[in-house]
Design a binder for this molecule. Structure first.
Ligand code: GAL
Length: 440
């Protein structure tokens, strides 16, 4: 089938926020403290992560941002003279700039966190009303990335509506699922660019653009105020859902929502299904694999969220998959993989338990097509890629080609010239990743 989107989704990349030096062009690769440590952070943990990114070979694969999440500052308030947020001297004795210097010395970049409110989600001072002061401080400290959350919003700046306009043509289909809760959905025709949420995020964008340092801008408004509509012009990525957790049910739920947003993803602007949980909780190896493959195929920012000094080899191997990373960072094609068939469900079904199972996307850097097949079921199943169904192979197929060269992206094995289809048995929540090359 063809990737035909409802017209309101056909706005891909048009008004993306372009940044100097290609910053934010491809989706970000890095590490963040939140999923690993929550508030229990300090300079040692951040620098350990940075050193491990180098030692484990992740830097040479492209991972570059080391991001400090919530809880890095003095909670009681700003510096009375400068009005700046004060780095917690117990956690960060050399300040944020001291950490930045060491991260930069490793050839990596440093990220920080604030919120478009008066406090962060954990109750620390945040940037609303102080956008310029904070952007200047971040730039001066050597910060390269800002994750900007949506907590601590004063009541006079909250929006009347939180979620998207229901699709009038079909009340059951919602692009990001959040409209399912219709109690605070906006009426048809509502212009989200005028929402106070959009305005709060644009204030920080303007502040970041005014400073003498390029700081990647990562929006975290959890999909509210139809951020898909204005996120592309405002930041380099935008969270499209609430928080991820290390459970397959949550990963599948977010993948399902994000699968409907793929036409928004392109150079300089990516919907963000939240940071990786690879290595966390009790996810099976198959679930870790599927999570990473889906996030890479969707061109989500790939931000590792597990302690790297204790990571299992099996999890590190997943995060290091060169085929998926090459697809994700392709310098010639910005669009992600799209579902070409839902598989378990009829096409375009919104199902938090069984997201789309068959995905494909072109990759000149891979010299072929990335094909992802997912088993969303709880039992072992067969999934089969039929060449004739894959949009990227359509022309060659129509011209008579029946065989294509195939590589298994997990084993790296060349599967040779495969005719017509490739079927595979997949355990519960496991995924096959193929690179389908030229005809043969
Ligand atoms: C949430 C955000 C998380 C994390 C947390 C910190 O709002 O989605 O990713 O940053 O706040 O308190």
């Amino acid at each position: 089938m063809r990737w035909i989107l409802p017209s309101f989704l056909l706005l891909a990349g048009a008004d993306a926020l372009l940044r100097p030096d290609g910053v934010g062009r491809a989706p970000a690769l890095g590490w963040n403290s939140w999923n690993a440590y929550n508030c229990e952070i300090d300079a040692d943990k951040i620098l350990t992560a940075a050193n491990e990114v180098v030692n484990l070979g992740l830097k040479s694969l492209g991972y570059e941002y080391i991001n400090i999440d919530d809880c890095w500052s003095v909670k009681s308030g700003r510096d009375p003279t400068t009005q700046r947020i004060i780095p917690d001297p117990d956690k960060f004795p050399d300040g944020i700039s001291g950490v930045a210097d060491q991260v930069h010395a490793l050839g990596l970049k440093l990220g920080i966190y604030s919120s478009a409110g008066t406090t962060t989600c954990a109750g620390y001072p945040a940037s609303l009303g102080y956008e310029n002061i904070d952007a200047e401080a971040f730039a001066e400290w050597g910060v390269d990335y800002l994750k900007y959350d949506n907590c601590g919003v004063p009541t006079n700046l909250t929006d009347e509506y939180t979620y998207c306009v229901p699709d009038s043509t079909d009340g059951s289909f919602f692009p990001n699922g959040t409209c399912v809760n219709l109690t605070d959905a906006a009426p048809a025709g509502y212009n989200w660019a005028t929402s106070t949420t959009a305005k709060r995020y644009k204030r920080m964008r303007n502040a970041l653009e005014s400073v003498n340092r390029t700081i990647l801008y990562s929006l975290c408004d959890w999909g509210q105020a139809d951020v898909n509509d204005w996120g592309n012009a405002t930041g380099n990525s935008w969270r499209m859902s609430g928080d991820i957790t290390p459970y397959w049910s949550r990963i599948a739920e977010i993948a399902n929502e994000n699968s409907f947003l793929m036409n928004y993803a392109n150079y300089y602007g990516y919907p963000d299904p939240d940071m990786l949980e690879v290595g966390n909780g009790n996810l099976t190896l198959a679930e870790n694999r599927a999570h990473f493959a889906l996030w890479a195929a969707m061109k989500a920012p790939l931000i590792i969220g597990t302690p790297l000094d204790t990571i299992d080899t099996s999890h590190l191997t997943i995060l290091s998959n060169t085929y998926l990373l090459t697809f994700h960072q392709d310098p010639a094609v910005g669009r992600p993989a799209y579902p070409y068939k839902w598989g378990y469900n009829a096409d375009w079904t919104f199902d938090p338990v069984h997201p789309a199972e068959y995905w494909s996307g072109p990759s000149p850097a891979l010299n072929g097509t990335l094909v992802v097949m997912l088993n969303t079921q709880d039992t072992t199943q067969t999934r089969t890629a039929y060449w004739k169904e894959i949009p990227e192979l359509e022309d060659a197929y129509a011209a008579g080609s029946r065989g294509f060269r195939v590589r298994d992206a997990w084993s790296g094995n060349d599967l040779g010239c495969v005719r017509n289809k490739y079927g595979v048995r997949l355990g519960a929540h496991d995924v096959a990743v193929l690179v389908v090359g030229g005809s043969c």
